[in-house]
Design a protein around this ligand. Structure first.
Ligand SMILES: *Cc1c(COP(=O)(O)O)cnc(C)c1O
Length: 390
C-alpha cells in the first residue's frame, strides 16, 4: 500500500489550470478527425538555422564538452552575450559580473524569486502575463499584486495608479516588452518612468526581453538597460529561444545589475549545473551571426502577421497589427467571454487559440493567436473564420 502522499502547499495551492477544458475539447476534435490548426502555443515552427546546428554537432564530439559545465556559463558564452548587447543595444556589460547563462530564460525567471523574495514579500506583476513571474513568487511564499494591462493604458502598467502603501511594500516588479500575450511594445519614455519609480520606492525591476528581435516594419525594440539608471535597479532576461528558433535547446541569459546577477547565479549554483557546453558554443555562433540569421524569420513572421490580421479583420474581428512578437491579441466579439469564444472557434472551425484570461484576469475579453504555422495554414484559418457567423 502506498503511503499517504500530500503535496506541498506551494503546489496544491496553485491556481487551477485554465486550459484543461480546451485540452479536453481539442482531444475530442482530434478523435472526430477534425483537421485542427493550433495557434495556441508560442513555439516557432521554423527550424534552427543550419550554422547553429553545425556548431552543436561539432561541439558534441569534443570530450572537453562532455564534462560538467558551470552554472554561470562559459566565459566565452558570457563574452558573446556582452558583445551582442553592445552591438545590438549599445549596452556595455561586464561578462564576469553582469551576465549569467540560463537554461532557457524560464529557468532564470522562476529562480529569481528564490534569490530575492522572502515569505510575505510583495511582488508587482503586470498582467496578463507569462505565468512564471507570479508562480515564482508563490513558490517562494511571496504575495503578488497584479497591475492590469488594458487597451486604455496601451497595455503598459499605470504606475501612478499603484496605491502608495503597495509601492512602499513592493520588493520587485515584473514587466515584459515586447509583450506576451498582448503584443504591446514599450518606448524609452515608459522604461524611464519605470526606472524613476523603482528608484523612488527601492524596487527591483525584472524585465523579460524575450521578443526584442521580433520587431516588424523596421521597428527595433529596445533593451531596458538602454535607459539611464536601469542598471542600478534592474535585471533583464533574454533568450535565444524566440530569436533564433531555438526553444528546444534551452539557452538564455540574465544581464544587468551585478548584485541581482550574482544573487541569481548563487541560487543556480545550488540547483543546476549549467548548459551543455556544445549548446553554449552553438549559442555563441548564433549571437555572432545575429541579424544575418534573424532577418529571414522576421520577414516570415511579418508576412504571416499581415495575412492573419487582414483575414481576421475581414471576418469582423477587432485587432491591431502587432509591431512585434509573434502574437495577435484580438478582442472577443460582444456578448462572449474569452473562454466561450475560444471553444466556439474550436468547435466550429478547428482553430485552437488561447483565451486571454488564461494569462490573468485582465486578459478577459481577449484571445491570443500565434503566428507559428505557415502562411497557407494561416490563410486557411482566416477562410474558416470568415465562413462562420462570429
Ligand atoms: C517564450 C517565453 C519565455 C521563455 O523562453 P525560454 O528562454 O525558452 O525559457 C520567457 N518569457 C516570455 C514572455 C516568453 O514568451
Amino acid at each position: 500500500m502506498t503511503i499517504a502522499i500530500k503535496k506541498a502547499k506551494r503546489i496544491s495551492e496553485l491556481p487551477p489550470y485554465l486550459f484543461t477544458e480546451i485540452d479536453r475539447r481539442k482531444r475530442q476534435a482530434l478523435a472526430r478527425g477534425v483537421d485542427l490548426i493550433d495557434l495556441g502555443v508560442g513555439d516557432p515552427d521554423i527550424p534552427t538555422p543550419a550554422p547553429i546546428v553545425e556548431k552543436l554537432v561539432e561541439g558534441a564530439s569534443r570530450p572537453v564538452n562532455h564534462r560538467y559545465p558551470s552554472s554561470i556559463g562559459m566565459i566565452a558564452y558570457r563574452q558573446a552575450v556582452s558583445d551582442w548587447y553592445q552591438s545590438r543595444f549599445g549596452v556595455k556589460l561586464d561578462p564576469e559580473k553582469e551576465v549569467v547563462s540560463l537554461i532557457g530564460s524560464k529557468e532564470g525567471i522562476a529562480n529569481m524569486a528564490a534569490a530575492f523574495v522572502d515569505p510575505g514579500d510583495l511582488v508587482l506583476v503586470a498582467s496578463p502575463c507569462y505565468p512564471v513571474y507570479h508562480i515564482g513568487t508563490i513558490f517562494n511564499g511571496g504575495r503578488n499584486y497584479f497591475l492590469p494591462l488594458t487597451k486604455e493604458n496601451l497595455f503598459l502598467p499605470d504606475l501612478d495608479a499603484i496605491p502608495h502603501e503597495v509601492a512602499r511594500q513592493a520588493k520587485m516588479l515584473w514587466i515584459n516588452y515586447p509583450n506576451n500575450p498582448t503584443a504591446a511594445v514599450a518606448e524609452k519614455e515608459f522604461f524611464t518612468r519605470v526606472v524613476e519609480f523603482a528608484h523612488r520606492h527601492n524596487i527591483i525591476v525584472c524585465h523579460d526581453a524575450a521578443y526584442t528581435e521580433m520587431g516588424f516594419d523596421g521597428f527595433r525594440p529596445m533593451s531596458f538597460l538602454q535607459v539611464d539608471g536601469a542598471r542600478e535597479v534592474g535585471i533583464e532576461f533574454h533568450s535565444l529561444s524566440k530569436t533564433f528558433n531555438m526553444t528546444g535547446w534551452r539557452v538564455g541569459m540574465a544581464v544587468g545589475n551585478q548584485d541581482l546577477v550574482s544573487g541569481l547565479a548563487q541560487v543556480k549554483s545550488n540547483v543546476d549545473s549549467g548548459i551543455f557546453q556544445a549548446v553554449q558554443e552553438a549559442a555563441i555562433e548564433a549571437l555572432r551571426l545575429g541579424d544575418k540569421i534573424v532577418e529571414p524569420s522576421r520577414r516570415v513572421y511579418q508576412e504571416r502577421r499581415d495575412i492573419l490580421v487582414d483575414g481576421l479583420r475581414a471576418a469582423g474581428l477587432d485587432c491591431e497589427k502587432p509591431r512585434a512578437t509573434f502574437y495577435v491579441w484580438v478582442s472577443v466579439p460582444k456578448g462572449l467571454t474569452s473562454a466561450e469564444f475560444t471553444t466556439r472557434l474550436l468547435d466550429l472551425t478547428g482553430v485552437v487559440i488561447t483565451p486571454g484570461n488564461g494569462f490573468g484576469e485582465p486578459g478577459e475579453g481577449y484571445v491570443r493567436f500565434t503566428l507559428c504555422v505557415d502562411k497557407r495554414r494561416l490563410k486557411e484559418v482566416a477562410d474558416r473564420i470568415q465562413r462562420i457567423k462570429i
